[in-house]
Design a protein around this ligand. Structure first.
Ligand SMILES: [Zn+2]
Ligand SMILES: [Zn+2]
Length: 266
């Protein structure tokens, strides 16, 4: 299993248009963050979690040419805005893209991208919506995926656990009944927005506390705002075994179930 971070920034990305701050002006590659998404390569298949407005560029930059399925955490535009750009994959591989999401998110997709569903023009993206449900493990090809419901303020969002890896973004709180699905993780990806309180996102301090409670062997923080500070400065604030994710970070494990981490590389 191989995890490629395609984007690790909050909804405006970093740099922010027109911003003069030191983070937006930084020359460190790790301070350039597209909108959040990861690609999981499992047994030769590529599973995308969220399809950001930067999807097209992310695919070109990473050299990933094919996506076999998409899992959606929720319907906010920074997580679904790139959907139109699956067309080259539809055309080249003659496949409808399977999209796994809860019914509420499916309805939001039908509304936001009505042209995909409303006409017969051959050039539109071809999708196959597959409903998932809280507390019900589902299969993506041969890969079992456990959805983990997390709360983005009042909006339920899905996180995903595959083997000993879990990806949770846009968390503010997690209800107790879902914590059982997060036991025994090797790698956790969790959102951490900024230092100051936000109604629907974890601050860095809150994210560290939640990561400790979940207790994964290694935690990576994602969905960062420029107000967090530079990657180099923020890393100094992190406890052992916690790191900032950054765009194009790749984590690999030879174990398809994602047991021990074999290596962490750029
Ligand atoms: Zn800035
Ligand atoms: Zn978001």
């Amino acid at each position: 299993m191989k995890i490629t971070f395609l984007g690790t920034g909050t909804s405006q990305g970093i740099p922010v248009i027109g911003c003069d701050c030191h983070v937006c002006n930084s020359n460190d590659k790790k301070d350039r963050r597209l909108r959040v998404s990861v690609c999981l390569e499992i047994q030769g298949k590529n599973i995308l979690i969220d399809i950001s407005p930067d999807f097209r560029f992310q695919m070109l930059r990473s050299g990933i040419e094919r996506i076999d399925a998409i899992l959606l955490t929720h319907e906010h535009r920074d997580h679904v805005g790139g959907l139109d750009d699956i067309r080259p994959i539809n055309f080249k591989y003659r496949m409808d893209m399977p999209i796994y999401a809860v019914q509420r998110v499916q309805a939001a997709i039908r509304k936001a991208f009505d042209y995909i569903f409303d006409n017969d023009y051959p050039g539109v993206p071809k999708v196959q919506q597959i409903a998932i449900e809280k507390d019900k493990k589902f299969m993506v090809g041969n890969t079992p995926v456990m959805p983990v419901e997390i709360m983005h303020a009042k909006l339920p969002v899905m996180g995903f656990r595959i083997g000993k890896f879990a990806y949770l973004t846009d968390v503010k709180t997690i209800n107790n009944d879902q914590m059982q699905y997060l036991e025994g993780l090797d790698v956790l990806v969790l959102n951490a927005l900024q230092h100051t309180e936000h109604y629907s996102h974890l601050t860095l301090e809150q994210a560290i506390a939640l990561a400790k409670e979940i207790g994964a062997k290694t935690t990576f923080f994602t969905h960062l705002s420029h107000t967090m500070g530079s990657t180099a400065d923020t890393e100094k604030l992190l406890p052992e075994n916690m790191f900032l994710a950054y765009d194009e970070l790749v984590i690999e494990s030879e174990d398809p179930e994602f047991g021990e981490l074999e290596s962490i590389s750029i």
